[in-house]
Design a protein around this ligand. Structure first.
Ligand code: Y12
Ligand code: CO
Length: 171
């Protein structure tokens, strides 16, 4: 089932997500719905809080070398923790909760993370490039943070002005 995506400035997005304790059918249904929702909206990453569920769950599905998003490349992530981070990199990010807005954000270039699969199996993974950026972007959602909070004062001010205008136009 495709769920509704919560968009900025809805306060739901500021909620801190909580630890998943039960790796049950309800969790599996949420993961399936998140995948369907992300694909329907042309996303490459989605956190549960973006569909109004405040638990530590996110999914990432990056396009492959042929620029195709294959389901076999889907990463389902439960209760992630960053164990180590190195370097820094700049990438122009977008977010399904802030549609049609893209801006450069600085992130760690390399990270080592721990997370659990839908079956509750622990995975330790090292990643860099777009995958490292996607993990950091989605993990910020679990803390109630959006990429726009990483903008400079002036860029944020410009964004807020444009966003207010955009929202007003949609009413
Ligand atoms: C690198 C940077 C950020 C992430 C987080 C995941 N971000 C997304 O999945 C963003 C998706 C997105 C899709 C949009 O829709 C289309 O392009 C058709 C979009 O634009 C509109 O909604 C009009 C904005 C964002 C991972 C890796
Ligand atoms: Co996002």
């Amino acid at each position: 089932m495709i769920r509704e995506i919560v968009t900025y400035p809805n306060k739901i997005l500021k909620q801190k997500s909580t630890k998943v304790e039960n790796f049950d059918q309800e969790l599996h249904l949420l993961l399936d719905d998140m995948y369907e929702t992300m694909m329907a909206k042309n996303g490459i990453g989605l956190a549960a809080i973006q569909v109004a569920v405040p638990i530590n769950v996110l999914i990432i599905n990056l396009p492959n070398e042929d620029d195709k998003q294959e389901k076999e490349d889907l990463i389902e992530v439960i209760n992630p923790t960053i164990l180590e981070r190195r370097g820094s990199t700049l990438y122009t990010e977008g977010c399904l909760s802030v549609p049609e807005y893209y801006e450069d954000v600085e992130r760690a270039e390399w990270i080592k993370i721990s997370y659990y699969t839908r079956e509750g199996v622990e995975i330790i993974k090292e990643c860099d490039g777009l995958l490292a950026i996607a993990f950091q972007h989605e993990m910020d959602h679990l803390k109630g943070e959006l990429f726009i909070e990483k903008l400079s004062f002036l860029k944020r001010k410009k964004f807020e002005k444009e966003w207010k205008k955009k929202i007003k136009g949609k009413k």
